[in-house]
Design a protein around this ligand. Structure first.
Ligand code: HPA
Length: 284
C-alpha cells in the first residue's frame, strides 16, 4: 500500500524521474500513443515489433501489480508506422493504492506529451442480451468511486483545475473503431462504463441500481485513468471486454461471478480484441 500524496512538488519529482527512466530506456522522442491493458489482455504487447521492455520495478513510485493476469512492465515497440508505449498491468484503487498512484502511468505518458491513450478493461455486462466475450467501445462513464484522481493541489503544468469531460471518450476515435469493426465483420457494442471500487463484485441490487443509472457495463478501473488523461488533454479510446453477466443479470439464483470466468472469457475475446485494436492503431 502506498502513502497518500504528500506534496505536489514531491509528486512532480516522481513523475519527472519516471519520465527520465523511460527516456533513457526507450529514447527521447515520445511514442504516438500509450495503452493500458486490463485483465487477460496483456499479451497484446507481444504484437509490437522491435520491442524494448522496462520492468515497473525500475520506475520510482510504480508499485508491482498484485492481481493474477496483470504483469508489470512497460513495452515500447512499433505497430505499423506507430510507436506505441504499452503499460502491461495497472494499479487499482482496491489494491490499496491512492488514485494518484493508480494513475501514475497516465501522468508519465501525459508528461511525455503522448497525445493518445487507449484503455482496455474487463467488465461485467449489465445488459441481458450482451453475451459474455462481447466487446464494447466506451462512450461515457459513471464515476462511482466516490473519489477523483485530480483531488488535491492542481498540477498546473499539466492541465486546468476543472477539466471538461463532455467528450471524455473521443467521438472520432469511437467512430473509427466502429468502421474498423464493420469492415472486419466483428460485432461491437457501445455503452456506458460504471466504475465501482471493488474488489468484491456487485450485488444484484447494485447492478439493478447501475442499470437504472444508465450503465451498460461495470468494472473497477479505467475511469481514474481517463480523467487524468483528459487533464493532460490526451484523446482517449476506451474498450471493454464484457467478460461475464454482472451479478443478477441472468435471473438465475445459482449465477455467480468469479475471476476465473473473467479471465476465461477475456481469452475467448482476445483474437477479436487484438484484431480491432491493431487495425485501429495502424489506421488512426
Ligand atoms: N463487476 C465488476 N468488475 C468486473 C466484472 C464485474 O462483473 N467483470 C469483470 N470486471
Amino acid at each position: 500500500m502506498d502513502t497518500e500524496l504528500t506534496s505536489t512538488e514531491e509528486w512532480k519529482t516522481v513523475i519527472t524521474k519516471c519520465l527520465q527512466t523511460l527516456r533513457s530506456r526507450f529514447g527521447d522522442s515520445s511514442p504516438d500513443m500509450a495503452m493500458i491493458l486490463g485483465s487477460g489482455l496483456g499479451s497484446f504487447a507481444d504484437e509490437l515489433e522491435d520491442s524494448l521492455h522496462l520492468p515497473y520495478g525500475d520506475l520510482p513510485g510504480f508499485p508491482l501489480p498484485t492481481v493474477p493476469g496483470h504483469s508489470g512492465e512497460c513495452v515500447v515497440g512499433k505497430m505499423g508506422d506507430k510507436r506505441v508505449l504499452i503499460f502491461r498491468g495497472r494499479f487499482h484503487f482496491y489494491e490499496g493504492h491512492s488514485l494518484h498512484t493508480a494513475t501514475l502511468p497516465v501522468r508519465v505518458a501525459g508528461a511525455w506529451k503522448i497525445p493518445t491513450l487507449i484503455v482496455t478493461n474487463a467488465a461485467g455486462g449489465i445488459r441481458k442480451d450482451w453475451a459474455p466475450a462481447s466487446l464494447m467501445v466506451i462512450s461515457d462513464h459513471l464515476n462511482l468511486l466516490g473519489h477523483n484522481p485530480l483531488r488535491g493541489a492542481n498540477l498546473d503544468d499539466f492541465g486546468t483545475r476543472f477539466p471538461d469531460l463532455s467528450n471524455a471518450y473521443d467521438p472520432a476515435y469511437r467512430k473509427q473503431m466502429f468502421e474498423i469493426a464493420q469492415k472486419a465483420n466483428i460485432d461491437l457494442k457501445e455503452g456506458i462504463y460504471a466504475a465501482m471500487n471493488g474488489p468484491s463484485y456487485e450485488t444484484p441490487a447494485e447492478v439493478r441500481m447501475l442499470r437504472t443509472l444508465g450503465a451498460d457495463a461495470v468494472g473497477m478501473s479505467t475511469v481514474p485513468e481517463t480523467i487524468v488523461a483528459r487533464h493532460h488533454g490526451m484523446r482517449v479510446l476506451g474498450m471493454s471486454c464484457i467478460t461475464n453477466h454482472a451479478a443478477g443479470v441472468q435471473d438465475d439464483p445459482g449465477q455467480e461471478v468469479n475471476h476465473e470466468e473473467v479471465i476465461e472469457n477475456s481469452k475467448k475475446a482476445e483474437a477479436h480484441f487484438k484484431k480491432l485494436l491493431k487495425a485501429w492503431v495502424k489506421a488512426v
